[in-house]
Design a protein around this ligand. Structure first.
Ligand code: ATP
Ligand code: MG
Length: 564
C-alpha cells in the first residue's frame, strides 16, 4: 500500500480511462481488433470469497464489455489444486449476480483446458522452446543469476525427444513433487527475470476439486492464463499491475503456441482501502482463527460481509466507478466507501425511529389510557414516498443521552425546564426525573403542550430545544443492535514489517440488547435498509434476525467524515 490516501471526489471522467482509450485504438480501422466484438473475462481463483478489490476488477471487466456491447466471461482460474473449493465457486457466482453483472452462458473453468495446455507444452518442446529441468526450487533460486550474471540450467540442451519422454513421464506420475519442472527456453540473461526460462509446469501430487487425481502436473499461472484467454478468444485481458512485468511472457506464450486468438493484456492499479486487509489468504486466516464470525462477518471487506452489513449493489458499483481506473497504486479512504453507501441510503432508505439506549419518558399531563397516531414522513428526500403511522400514548422511550439532569453548555435536549420537540408528536417540557437507589435515571418526567400536535406550537413561539426521536412504550418492539467500527485500529495493518493480526481493533463490534424500535419494524427483513433517525442507517441481519427476534446491523452512521 502506498502512503498516499486517495480521496476521489470528482467522478472519473470517462475520457481519462486509459483502458477504454487503448480499446478504442484497437477497434479502430487498422487496429489489432478492428471490427471485432470486445471480449473480456473476470478470472477469480476459487480459493476464497470475493472482496471489494475484486469488485474493482469485475466492474472494469464486466463494465468494459457492457460499454462496448461486448461479452465478458466468468472463469474460475482453478489451475492450483490445493486450496480450491466448490463452496467458493458458488459464492463467487452469487456475489457477482448480486452486484448486477451477468455472464450468460459464458461460465468456464480453467481446469477444463488442462489437456489443451498440456498439448501447448508438447508443442513448445517439439519446437525446442521448452525443456525438462531437474533443478530443485532451491537450486533454481541459487542459479537465477542477477543483473550482471545470467541464470544457469545444466538441463537446457536436452533433445526434444528426451524432453518429450521426460515430460510424458512427469505426467504419468513417475516423479516426486519438486523433482522436475518444465521450463520455457527463452533467455537466461534477460533483464526481465520473468523471461529467464520460467517454469511452465510443476509436479504436484494433489487432488484437484474438479479433475481429482487425473493430473499430477499443473501449469503455472503465467503459462496457463494466456492460453485460457486465447482459447476463449478474449480480446482484452484486463489485470492488475503486478502482471505488467509478466506481459512479455504472456505474449511469448500466445505467439509460440498454436492458439485461436492473441489477446491484449492491459494492467490497472490494484485497489487498497485503509483500515482493512484485502488478500484472500489474510481474510481466510481471520475466519479460520475465529477473529471474525465468518467470511460474511459484517466487518469484513468481502462482498458477502458488506452485503450483510447493509451495503447495496448500487453503492458498491458507484464506489468502483468513482475511484476510477489508474496505473498508479493508491489507497482509498474507507470513508469514501461509506460515503457512497450513505449517498444511496439517503435517497432510498425509509426513516423510522429506534431508541438504542432507552430510558422511559412519561408525559404526566397526558390523559392516561389515551392513544393517538401521528404520520411520520418516510423520506424527506422523496416526498412522494409518503408517510407511515406511529402511535403515541404519553409513555415513550427516548435515548438515555438525550437527558441530562444538569445540562452542560449548549445542551439543547432534555433537562429540567427545557422544552423540546418529540419528533412528529408534541412539544414537551422536562419537569424532572426519577432515579434508583444508585442514582441512575429510571424515568424522565415531562408535561406536554396539547396545542402543539404534530410538533409545532399554536402560538408561534420559538422552540430552542432539539427535536428528539422516541418510540411508544405500548407498541415498541425489542431488538438487538450491532454497532461496527473498523476491523483494524491501524490505517495500514498490512504495512511493511507488520503482522496485521497485531492491529485488530478490539472495539470493532458493540452489541446492544433491549433496544426499542417502532412497531412497524416488527416484520423487517434483509436486505431492507432503514434510517434510524439521528442514529444512522441500519438493516436486519440476514443470518440472525427473525420476526420476534430482531437483530439489526448498523451499516453506516449519519456523520460523513469524507471531504470532497
Ligand atoms: P488475493 O491476493 O486477494 O487472493 P488475487 O489477485 O489472488 O487476490 P484472484 O482471485 O486471482 O485474486 O483475482 C481475480 C481478479 O481480481 C484478478 O484479475 C485480480 O487481478 C483482481 N483483483 C484481486 N484483488 C484486487 C484488488 N485489490 N484490486 C483490483 N483488482 C483485484
Ligand atoms: Mg491469487
Amino acid at each position: 500500500m502506498s502512503d498516499e490516501i486517495k480521496t476521489p471526489g470528482a467522478e472519473q471522467d470517462d475520457s481519462r480511462n486509459f483502458i477504454h482509450a487503448f480499446i478504442e485504438e484497437d477497434l479502430a480501422e487498422g487496429g489489432q481488433f478492428a471490427g471485432m466484438t470486445v471480449h473480456t473475462r473476470f478470472p477469480p481463483e476459487p480459493n476464497g470469497y470475493l472482496h471489494i478489490g475484486h469488485c474493482k476488477a469485475l466492474t472494469i471487466d464486466f463494465g468494459t464489455a457492457e460499454k462496448y456491447h461486448g461479452l465478458c466471461n466468468l472463469r474460475m482460474d482453478d489451475t492450483n489444486p490445493s486450496k480450491e473449493d466448490t463452496e467458493y465457486v458458488d459464492a463467487i457466482k452469487e456475489d457477482i449476480h448480486w452486484l448486477g453483472f451477468d455472464w450468460g452462458d459464458r461460465f468456464f473453468y480453467a481446469s477444463d483446458y488442462f489437456e489443451k495446455m498440456y498439448q501447448c507444452a508438447v508443442e513448445l518442446i517439439k519446437k525446442g522452446l521448452a525443456y525438462v529441468c531437474e533443478l530443485t526450487p532451491e537450486q533454481m533460486r541459487e542459479m537465477r543469476g542477477d543483473l550482471t550474471h545470467p541464470a544457469v540450467s545444466p538441463f537446457r540442451d536436452r533433445s526434444a525427444e528426451e524432453n518429450l519422454a521426460l515430460f510424458e513421464r512427469m505426467r504419468t506420475g513417475e516423479f516426486a513433487d519438486g523433482q522436475m519442472t518444465l521450463r520455457a527456453k527463452i533467455d537466461l540473461a534477460s533483464g526481465n527475470f520473468n523471461l529467464r526460462d520460467p517454469v511452465l509446469y510443476r509436479i504436484n501430487h494433489a487432488a484437484h476439486h474438479r479433475t481429482g487425481t487425473a493430473w499430477c502436473i499443473y501449469p503455472m499461472y503465467d503459462f496457463a492464463h494466456p492460453i485460457e484467454d486465447a482459447l476463449e478468444q478474449i480480446t482484452h485481458s484486463l489485470c492488475t499491475l503486478e502482471f505488467e512485468a509478466h506481459r512479455p511472457l504472456y505474449n511469448w506464450v500466445v505467439e509460440h503456441c498454436t492458439l485461436p486468438a492473441h489477446p491484449r493484456q492491459i494492467e490497472f492499479a490494484r485497489l487498497g482501502i485503509n483500515y482493512t486487509v484485502m488478500s484472500k489468504r489474510k481474510l481466510r486466516s481471520l475466519v479460520e482463527e475465529g477473529r471474525v464470525s465468518g467470511w460474511d462477518d459484517p466487518r469484513m471487506p468481502t462482498l458477502c460481509g458488506l452485503r450483510r452489513r447493509g451495503y447495496t449493489p448500487r453503492s458498491i458499483r458507484n464506489f468502483c466507478e468513482r475511484i476510477g481506473v489508474s496505473k498508479a497504486d493508491s489507497t482509498v479512504d474507507f470513508g469514501f466507501l461509506e460515503h457512497c453507501l450513505r449517498e444511496d441510503l439517503n435517497e432510498n432508505a425509509r426513516r423510522v425511529m429506534a431508541v438504542l439506549r432507552p430510558v422511559k419518558l412519561t408525559v404526566t399531563n397526558y390523559p392516561e389510557g389515551k392513544t393517538e397516531q401521528f404520520q411520520v414522513e418516510n423520506n424527506p428526500v422523496r416526498p412522494e414516498s409518503g408517510t407511515h403511522p406511529v402511535t403515541f400514548s404519553g409513555h415513550v422511550y427516548v435515548e438515555a443521552d438525550d437527558f441530562l439532569e444538569t445540562p452542560v453548555p449548549k445542551y439543547k435536549r432534555l433537562y429540567p425546564g427545557n422544552e423540546v420537540r418529540l419528533k412528529g408528536a408534541y412539544l414537551v417540557t422536562c419537569t424532572g426525573c426519577k432515579k434508583d437507589a444508585d442514582g441512575r435515571v429510571t424515568e424522565i418526567l415531562c408535561t406536554y403542550d396539547p396545542d402543539s400536535r404534530g410538533g409545532d406550537p399554536a402560538d408561534g413561539r420559538k422552540v430552542k430545544g432539539a427535536t428528539i426521536h422516541w418510540v411508544d412504550q405500548n407498541t415498541a418492539v425489542d431488538a438487538e443492535v450491532r454497532l461496527y467500527d473498523n476491523l483494524f485500529a491501524d490505517p495500514d495493518p498490512d504495512g511493511p514489517e507488520k503482522n496485521f493480526l497485531d492491529y485488530l481493533n478490539p472495539a470493532s463490534l458493540e452489541v446492544l440488547r433491549g433496544c426499542k424500535l417502532e412497531a412497524d419494524l416488527a416484520q423487517a427483513r434483509a436486505p431492507e435498509s432503514y434510517q434510524f433517525m439521528r442514529l444512522g442507517y441500519f438493516c436486519p441481519d440476514s443470518r440472525d434476525s427473525a420476526p420476534g427476534q430482531l437483530v439489526f446491523n448498523r451499516s453506516v452512521s449519519l456523520k460523513d467524515s469524507f471531504k470532497k
